[in-house]
Ligand binder design. Sequence first.
Ligand SMILES: [Fe+2]
Ligand SMILES: [Fe+2]
Length: 251
Amino acid sequence: MSFAPALRRGLHGKPTTNFNCQLRYFPTSVRGVFPFSQNASIATSASSAEAGQESLPKQKQPLSQEQRKFLDSALRVNQAGELAATLIYTAQTPLIVKSHPQLRTLMKHMYDQEVVHFSTFNELLAKHRIRPTAMYPIWQAAATVLGWSTAVMGREAAMACTEAVETEIGDHYNGQVREFLAWMKEMEDNGEEVGEEIRELVQVIRRFRDEELEHLDHAVENDAKLAHGHELLSQVIRRGCRAAIWVSERV
Ligand SMILES: [Fe+2]
Ligand SMILES: [Fe+2]
C-alpha cells in the first residue's frame, strides 16, 4: 500500500520551513543555476507593450522583501533537513545491514539520494550567501541519535523512522511548492514574466519530494508499521521534525 500519492498531490502541506548547516559543508564548486539571491528578478515587458514600443529592455523586478525572506528560510531549512537525512541513514545503515544484509542496496539507494539533496542545498546556500541555521550542530547530534537508536530497536523501527520523517518532509516540500506556485500565478496575473530560476527551483523541490515519498513507500513495504509501539514512535518523530522545522525557521 502506498501512502505517497496523497502527499504528492499536496493534500497536507502549508508553506513551511526548514533546517540548516555550517560553511565547512559547502562545496568549493558552485553551479550557477538559481541566480535569485541578489539579482532575483522578474522580467516584464508590459510597460513597453502598453507604450507601443518594440525594443525597450525588459524591466527587472526584484523579489519583495517578504519573498526574499521566505526563500532564504526555505533553502536554509531544506539544507538542514537533508543533512539530518544523510546522518540518520549513516547511523542506521551499519546496524541494519549487519542484521539484514538484503537491505544493503535499499539503504545505499536512499542514502545516495539524500546526499544529492544535501549537496544541492549546500550549493544554493553558498551561492546565495544564505546563512545556515545556528542549530546545525544540534540537528547533527539529534539526527545521529535518532538513526542509531531506531536501528538498535530493529529493522521495523528504523523503517518507521523513515516513514515518519518522510511523511513530514513530503508535506514540507509540498508546502513550499504551493507557495512558489502562488508567486508564479501572481506574477503572471500582473503580466510579469516568471524568472527561470524560480521555475527551476520548483522542479528541483518537486523531484526531491517525489524521492522522499519513494523512501516512505520503501519503508512501509519493509514493515515500518510492524514496529513495536509504531503509533507512539511515529508521533514522537513527526513532532520532533515539525519542532525542528519551526525552530530552524527562526534561529
Ligand atoms: Fe532528502
Ligand atoms: Fe528521504
